[in-house]
Design a binder for this molecule. Structure first.
Ligand SMILES: Cc1ncc(COP(=O)(O)O)c(C=O)c1O
Length: 358
C-alpha cells in the first residue's frame, strides 16, 4: 500500500542535512526548527497560528478541549473516519454522537446534524476524508447559530483547497497528523493544531504543555505533555515545499484508476485542488471478491475503515439503537488500493489493469 523507503532514499541527503542542522543547534524540543515550521505551516494553511503537538490524535483531543464551550460535554462527528475523533473525545471525557454521511462524498452530511445536536453539544468535527475537502460551510451554517464550535480534521487532506481557503483555515480550529503515511509525513509521530484565534491558540499552547500559562505556572487544568520535537520539525520543513507536487502526483494516480475501472466498481475521483488523493478508494458491491482479485495479481489492498465507530466492540453497547444507513452501506463496499507519490508508472498500470479486468 505504501513504500516509505522510496521517499527516504530520494530525500536522503536533504534529511541528513536537516539532522545535522538540529545537532549543531543544540535544541531538541521547541527550538528554532519547531518555531519556523509552525510559522511556515500557518502561512501554507492560511491561519494566524499553528501549534505543533505529538500526534494527530493529540491534536484532536487538545483542539476539542480548547474550543469546547463551558458547560457542554458532547461532540458530534461522522462514524466512518477511523475512530480517531472518538478516541480523542472520549479521552477528554466527552460523549460522542454520530451523524450520517453523504453518499456522494462519504463525508459528514450537514443535513443530518439538526437531528443530533442539542444544548449539550459543544463541538462538531468535520473530517476531510480520503483527501477530499468536505463542505465545512454547510456544517458551520448549522453550528454557529447554536454556539457550537467546528473542528476540521485535516489528517488526510493537508493542502486541499476548500471554499475560501485551504482546509484547516475554514472553521474555528483544525487538527493535522504527520504520521509517516500522511501526505506530509514525519519520520515518526507528529501533529499540529491550527487556528486564527489568539485566545484559542493560547488555550492550545497551555494544554499541550502541562497547562502552563507561564513557565512552572499551571494556569489551565487538563493540560498534558504533547510536543513535536526538533528533528521532526526539521524534516517537515524540508518536505512542506514539495507537498503540492506530491499531491498532484496522487491525483494523477487516482485519475488513472478512475479512467480504467470496470463497470462493476466506482473509484472515488480526486480531481482539482479540492482533493489531495490521500487514499485511492473504490466502491464495489463485491468488496471481498475485488480484494481477492487484487491479491491474485499481487496487489495489496486495505479498507479505510471496516468498522464504523458506533459498531466498535469497545462502545457497541452504548450505540446499539443507533443506525447510520449510509455509513453502514459504505463500510460494506469500500476497498483502498495503492496510492502514494513514489508509485512508479508501471505499478500504476498494473493496479489500473486489475481494476479494469474485475
Ligand atoms: C482522519 C484521521 N484523523 C486522525 C488521525 C490520527 O493521527 P495520528 O495517527 O497522528 O494520531 C488519522 C491517522 O492516523 C486520520 O486518518
Amino acid at each position: 500500500m505504501n513504500d516509505l523507503s522510496r521517499a527516504l532514499e530520494d530525500e536522503h541527503s536533504s534529511l541528513s542535512d536537516a539532522f545535522d542542522e538540529v545537532l549543531a543547534s543544540g535544541w531538541l524540543v521547541q527550538g528554532p526548527q519547531h518555531a519556523a515550521f509552525e510559522a511556515e505551516l500557518a502561512d501554507f494553511v492560511g491561519t494566524t497560528h499553528v501549534l505543533g503537538v505529538a500526534s494527530g490524535t493529540d491534536a484532536l483531543e487538545i483542539a476539542l478541549r480548547a474550543v469546547m464551550p463551558a458547560g457542554r460535554t458532547a461532540v458530534v462527528t461522522a462514524a466512518n473516519c477511523g475512530g480517531y475523533t472518538t478516541t480523542a473525545a472520549r479521552r477528554a471525557g466527552y460523549t460522542v454522537r454520530y451523524a450520517d454521511i453523504a453518499k456522494d462524498t462519504l463525508c459528514l452530511d450537514a443535513s443530518h446534524l439538526a437531528a443530533v445536536v442539542d444544548e449539550s453539544v459543544g463541538v462538531v468535527v468535520v473530517t476531510h476524508l480520503y483527501g477530499r475537502a468536505a463542505d465545512v460551510a454547510a456544517v458551520r451554517a448549522v453550528c454557529e447559530p447554536l454556539g457550537i464550535a467546528v473542528l476540521e480534521d485535516c489528517a488526510q487532506a493537508l493542502g486541499a483547497q476548500g471554499a475560501g481557503g485551504r482546509v484547516g483555515s475554514l472553521a474555528d480550529i483544525a487538527a493535522f497528523s504527520f504520521y509517516p503515511t500522511k501526505n506530509l509525513g514525519a519520520l515518526g509521530d507528529g501533529g499540529a493544531v491550527a487556528t486564527s484565534s489568539d485566545s484559542i491558540a493560547d488555550e492550545v499552547r497551555a494544554l499541550r504543555q502541562y497547562g502552563w500559562s507561564a513557565k512552572y505556572t499551571i494556569g489551565r487544568d487538563g493540560g498534558r505533555n504533547s510536543r513535536l520535537d526538533e528533528m521532526q520539525a526539521a524534516v517537515l520543513r524540508r518536505r512542506l515545499p514539495r507537498l503540492d507536487g506530491w499531491n498532484e502526483r496522487r491525483r494523477q494516480v487516482v485519475t488513472t484508476y478512475v479512467a480504467r475501472a470496470s463497470s462493476r466498481i466506482e473509484v472515488l475521483p480526486a480531481v482539482g485542488p479540492g482533493h489531495v488523493g490521500h487514499l485511492g478508494v473504490v466502491l464495489c458491491d463485491s468488496a471481498d471478491e475485488l480484494r481477492r482479485h487484487l491479491a491474485e495479481r499481487s496487489i495489496r489492498s486495505d479498507v479505510h475503515y471496516p468498522i464504523p465507530d458506533h459498531r466498535q466492540p469497545a462502545f457497541i453497547e452504548e450505540y446499539r439503537a443507533i443506525e447510520l444507513p449510509v455509513t453502514e452501506w459504505a463500510a460494506q463496499r469500500i476497498v483502498s488500493v495503492p496510492v502514494f507519490p513514489e508509485l512508479r508508472d508501471d505499478e500504476v498500470e498494473r493496479v489500473a489493469d486489475a481494476l479494469g479486468s474485475f
